[in-house]
Design a protein around this ligand. Sequence first.
Ligand code: DAT
Ligand code: MG
Length: 139
Amino acid sequence: MMSQRTFSIVKPDAVRNGHTGAILAEIEKAGFKIVAIKKMSLSVEQAEGFYHVHAERPFFGELTKFMASGPIFPMVLEKDNAIADLRKVMGATNPANAEEGTIRKKFATSIGENAIHGSDAEDTAAFEIGYFFAGYELK
Ligand code: DAT
Ligand code: MG
């Protein structure tokens, strides 16, 4: 697989708990190049737009409130097979099911507050990168 870009977020729980640096280190250790990164906070409305595919889920309110609860580090990552490989490095959505050594196993506290986001497909990666970054930021 050729070089590919994906989108990730260090979520508010991980930032609050002081795990940003450790998570970035795991990502770099796994061979990803950090193409773009910034620190920001989301409004609930911005979090709703980002997670619109989950709008009908029972946890949508909790999820969007959590994502707006503190600073995050959105970022664009690049490597061969980036989308699938980031999902592997992240681990399962529920940290109770995450494999040993994964970011969620190490740093997530619950299924809702699970430390990191990663795009799940090419189309969602493209939408998510564009939601947070302008073209001129992606060199
Ligand atoms: P992932 O983040 O692994 O792609 P997802 O896309 O299914 O997982 O869900 C998005 C986020 O929503 C997830 O990271 C945490 C939250 N979430 C998912 N399922 C949940 C549940 N059953 N209860 C509470 N929050 C949940
Ligand atoms: Mg997802």
